[in-house]
Design a protein around this ligand. Sequence first.
Ligand code: ADP
Ligand code: LRH
Length: 464
Amino acid sequence: TEPVAIAAVDLGATSGRVMLARVTPTSIELEQVARFPNGPVRTPDGLHWNVLGLYEHVLAGLREAARRAPVRSIGIDSWAVDYALLREGRMLGEPFHYRDDRTAAGVETVHAIVPADELYRANGLQHLPFNTVFQLAAERLDDVDAALLVPDLLAYWLTGRQVAERTNASTTGLLDPATGTWNAGLLARLGLPSRILPPLVDPGETIGALLPHVADELGSNAHVIAVGSHDTASAVVAVPATSPDFAYISCGTWGLVGVELDAPVLTDAGRAANFTNEGGVDGTVRYLHNVMGLWLLTESVREWERDGSVVDLPVLLAEAAVYDGPVALFDANDPGFLAPGSMATRIAEHCRDRGLPLPDSRAGWARSIVESLAAAFADAVRTASELSGRRVDTIHLVGGGSQNELLCRLTAERSGLPVVAGPVEATAIGNVLVQARALGVIEGGLEALRSVVAASVQTRRFEP
Ligand code: ADP
Ligand code: LRH
C-alpha cells in the first residue's frame, strides 16, 4: 500500500525537531526536516522557554514537511509540566522553565495545605519541585483564563482550539490518577481556579483543522491530532519490545526509568522511593523515577566550552570509554544538579565534599558522569520491579542517549540485564504511531504498534 505522510513535532529540553514519517500498516520510515537547539533563557525575573522562537521553527519545519509530502496530520509533544498563562487567547509572557527556582515557594504553599503524603494519594506523582501544581501555586492567576501546557499551546496556535491532552495533564499533579479527570477537590483546597484548565482530550482524538492563516502559511490542509503529548508517553509507545517483561529508560536530557502498568501503584514505599504514576497512551500507567540524565553531561560540556573551546561529544565519550584513572561514583540524583550553570564545577565540589576519588581530566569526569548515571539507572530498574511486582528481563534504552555506547554497556553491566538500545527518535515515532492509528493506517493496541517499531528500526543489544 501507498505510505501515508504524517508529521511529528517533538520538542525536547535540549533540542526540538520536526519529523516527516511515511507509514504503512507494517512499517514506519522517519525523515528529519528540521532540528533546532532548545534550552533555558534567563531574564531578570527568572528562567524561561523561548516558545515563540520554537513555534517559528515548528512552522518552518511543517512548511518543509508539507513541501516534501502531502501531510495528513500533525502531532505535537514536548517536555512535561510547563505551561503558558493566557487571557482572552493572549499569552501573558514567556513560560517559565521548570529549572527556575521560584517553585520552592509553591512547594511550601501547597504542602502547608495538603501534606506530601496526602498529595501523593491525590495525584500519584513523585515529588519534583517543578510539578505544575507547585508552579501554579507560585503564580498570580486573577486575570488568567487559561493555562496551556506547551504542546497544547502550540496546538492552540495551529488550530484555535484550547484542550489539555491527558498524558501531559497527568504531570501537572492536578489529575486524579483513579479517574483521569481534573481533581476538583484538590483544586478547590489549593484555591486554584478550575476555569483555567481546559477540557481533557485523549491521544488519538482530533484537535482540529489548521486555522486558515496557518493552512495558508504551511501550504497544508493537515489536521492536528492529539498524541501522547508528554514526550515520555510517546517515547514509551515506541519501545520496540517483543515481550511484556521489559523496563524502559527514556534517555535524553532526563533518564526516565520504569515499567508500564495497567493501574497506578500508590504505596508508601513507592512514595518514599520517589516513584511516579504518569498517564500513558491507552490508559496505561508509567511507573517510573526521574534520573537526572544527560543534562549532567551536556551542562558540564557547556561549562567546558565557556573558554571558547569546542568539545566533540562522541570524541569525549570515546576517551571516557578507555579512561582508566580514578572514577567518582556520585549520586546523579542529587537535587543540587537541577539548576543550570557551572555543572562540572558543581559535580567536582559535590565529589570533593564526600571524599570521592577525583578524576584529573575531562574524559575522567565524563566517565564518572556516565558511570554514575548507569548506576542510578540500574538501581531505578531494580526498584521499579520490586515496587510494582513486575518481572523485568530486558531493558529498552531509547532516545538520544541510546547513541551513548558506554552508557548502554555500563547499564547492562550494573543491572545484570541485557540492554536493547534504540530507536534514537523513539518519541517522534510514538507520536507518529498514535496518529497513524487514529487515521486508520495501523490497527491494534500498544503491542501491535511496538511490533511495527521492532520491524522498522535498527537496535543494538548489550549483554551484561
Ligand atoms: P531531549 O529530547 O531531551 O532534548 P534527546 O533524546 O534528543 O534529548 O537526547 C539528547 C542527548 O543525546 C544529548 O544530551 C547527548 O548526550 C546524546 N547524544 C546525542 N548525540 C549523541 C552521539 N552522537 N553520541 C552519544 N550521545 C549523543
Ligand atoms: C522529559 C520530561 C520528563 C519530565 C521532565 C520535565 O523531557 O518530559 O518526563 O519529568 O521532562
